[in-house]
Design a binder for this molecule. Structure first.
Ligand code: TMP
Length: 227
């Protein structure tokens, strides 16, 4: 039997460490739930048991330097698991999926940050996460100089050892930020650059507005053929 099934909206949050994206993701999730929507929140690396094990390997200090290709492969192992086990099933149930980082983070961090070719990253995405593409990507923009200070303090307060990326220098994060700006220029239909200098609730309001605008043109939801 052939039928059509609505896929729930898939929204990703991106930005340099300490940009406030996780807080904003929670605000949006709560507001959507208050409006009666079903929402799945996930993150990368993470989102599944395997993803969380990989997260630990990726973010905690390593006994030996992790080469960029190995780092990228682990990010994609976590992502493939998250797509198959969490993101796509939730979307097939018609839920909204909000994901804290996705493949754009690999383009920004492993690509621009570490020098891995963009084509390699996009090829891995096509091979390992076919059909899993965000409808909307919110890039929270902030000067790394300000946000990293925040991110490092937060890790310290929480007694967290997840600081392998936060230990990178200023030039690394400038490349990451430039990559996000470039992405917003390259894909304006999917990506929105969100200025974060305003108070948190104002930023949340701007995000709500962007989501409403992006999703208004999406009725009925994207249709997927099933058999
Ligand atoms: P976060 O979940 O606190 O944002 O931390 C995740 C860290 O992992 C962050 O420093 C960015 C990094 N990262 C990558 O380098 N590549 C990726 O593909 C993803 C998802 C995250």
């Amino acid at each position: 039997m052939t039928g059509v099934q609505a896929l729930g909206p898939f929204i990703t949050f991106e930005g340099v460490d300490g940009s406030g994206k996780t807080t904003q993701l929670h605000y949006l999730a709560e507001r959507l739930r208050a409006a009666g929507e079903a929402v799945t929140e996930t993150r990368e690396p993470g989102g599944t048991a395997l993803g969380n094990q990989l997260r630990q390997l990726l973010l905690e200090p390593s006994p030996e330097p992790i080469v960029p290709q190995a780092e990228l492969a682990m990010m994609f192992a976590a992502r493939a698991q998250n797509c198959e086990r969490v993101i796509q099933p939730a979307r097939r149930r018609g839920e909204w999926v909000l994901c804290d980082r996705f493949t754009d983070a690999s383009l920004a961090y492993q690509g621009a940050g570490r020098g891995v070719a963009r084509a390699t990253i996009l090829t891995l995405h096509e091979l390992l996460c076919p059909g899993c593409r965000p409808d909307l990507t919110l890039i929270l923009d902030v000067e790394p100089r300000l946000s990293l200070e925040r991110a490092r303090k937060r890790l310290h307060r929480a007694g967290s050892s997840e600081g392998r990326f936060e230990a990178e220098g200023a030039a690394f994060f400038e490349r990451v930020r430039a990559a996000y700006h470039n992405l917003a220029r390259l894909e304006p239909e999917r990506c929105r650059l969100i200025e974060t200098a305003a108070p948190e609730l104002e930023v949340a309001e701007r995000i709500w507005h962007e989501v409403a605008r992006a999703m208004a043109g999406r009725q009925p939801l994207a249709f997927r053929k099933t058999s």
